[in-house]
Design a protein around this ligand. Structure first.
Ligand code: GLN
Length: 335
């Protein structure tokens, strides 16, 4: 009981307000009428994770919703300006998890804004995929870089008239293995191993060698692109390899052992580690997964392939959310 009264005191005595813009798209598709209620309902776990992190950073969170499609060039100038203003007024940004094409361009705009303005940004799952595609298109200059999933969806809509993606445009792909008999998605608790100590998220997680978080996605970063993204400043710091999930894929235990041997190897540089893992992944068609990325020379530009919000609790806030809120608080003070 005492710990609850302590945490209530923390909440009541918060000194600062941190404004977080949540860029998402489930808002207008549902039958509820109260927009604020829909927003709170659709993003309940993310909002709770932000609040948990706020409690432990002496700040109150003000979450505002940015409708991703308003940021797109096809939207009216007025809507674009209003959505942009919400991003500008925020101290930090979350690019949320989603599915399907609508809103993707708008989310990429928000990622570009966060990257260029150096405003703290946490992108989750589909959000991380957006951030990586934006980076591939605008920083690595890979014209038409995209996700094979979104291409398939768009191609269906255009009656198979879309130009096929060239190999160098397939930045987000379905991994080589099937995920399981019943699901096309990689689901549930999986291990991520840190391959470098030079990482904000490694510090956020208390400098643990590996962590376990919950997943819900079908698509991932193409390992063939990773060296190119890293060379341009987007570092993959946490990597995953499943062990024995699918009995038909005999490579898993072998890859896991190799991965686990590489991760703590102090003789190998960060680049050697990633390159070895990515080459191995491509050569053997085994799934080596980019789970956590962060941008060099930015206060907090982090992408997470899993869903850290699901394990956040008031007494144990999710580490990447804490990292985001601390960086956003810092940002609010220099505004
Ligand atoms: N949870 C998500 O954001 C899913 C992202 C994407 N649609 C995928 O399946 O990979």
């Amino acid at each position: 009981m005492q710990e609850w009264s302590d945490i209530v005191k923390l909440a009541v005595n918060c000194k600062n307000v941190v404004k977080i813009a949540l860029v998402g798209k489930y808002f207008k598709n549902q039958l509820m009428t109260n927009e604020n209620q829909i927003f709170r309902d659709s993003y309940a776990s993310v909002i709770n994770a932000l609040n948990d992190a706020g409690l432990h950073s002496n700040c109150k969170i003000e979450a505002v919703f940015v409708w991703a499609e308003d940021l797109e060039a096809a939207s009216s100038i007025k809507k674009q300006a209003a959505a942009m203003k919400l991003l500008e007024e925020a101290h930090g940004i979350v690019i949320t998890a989603c599915f399907n094409v609508p809103g993707f361009e708008g989310m990429m705009q928000a990622c570009k804004y966060g990257r260029e303005s150096k405003k703290p940004l946490l992108s989750i799952c589909y959000g991380m995929q957006c951030a990586i595609i934006e980076f591939a298109q605008n920083v690595c200059k890979i014209k038409g870089a995209w996700s094979t999933k979104l291409w398939d969806e768009q191609n269906d809509k255009c009656n198979n008239q879309l130009q096929p993606l060239k190999p160098e445009q397939k930045v987000i792909i379905k991994m080589f293995e099937r995920f399981g008999e019943k699901s096309e998605m990689r689901l549930g608790r999986r291990t991520t191993t840190f391959i470098t100590e030079n990482s904000k998220v490694f510090n956020d997680y208390g400098r643990r060698d590996s962590i376990q978080e919950r997943h819900r996605h079908g698509y991932e970063v193409n390992p063939e692109f990773v060296p190119r993204l890293i060379a341009a400043g987007l570092r993959f710091v946490g990597i995953g390899v499943d062990e024995g999930i699918n009995d038909e894929t005999e490579n898993f235990p072998e890859t896991s052992q190799k991965m686990l041997g590489i991760a703590p190897n102090k003789e190998m540089s960060y680049l050697e580690k990633v390159n070895t893992l990515c080459q191995y992944s491509t050569a053997t068609k085994t799934a080596v997964r980019m789970e956590i990325m962060e941008l060099e020379n930015h206060p907090y530009f982090v992408g997470i392939q899993f869903h850290p919000e699901f394990q956040s609790r008031p007494f144990s806030p999710s580490p990447p959310f804490l990292g985001l809120i601390r960086a956003s608080l810092q940002y609010s003070k220099i505004l």
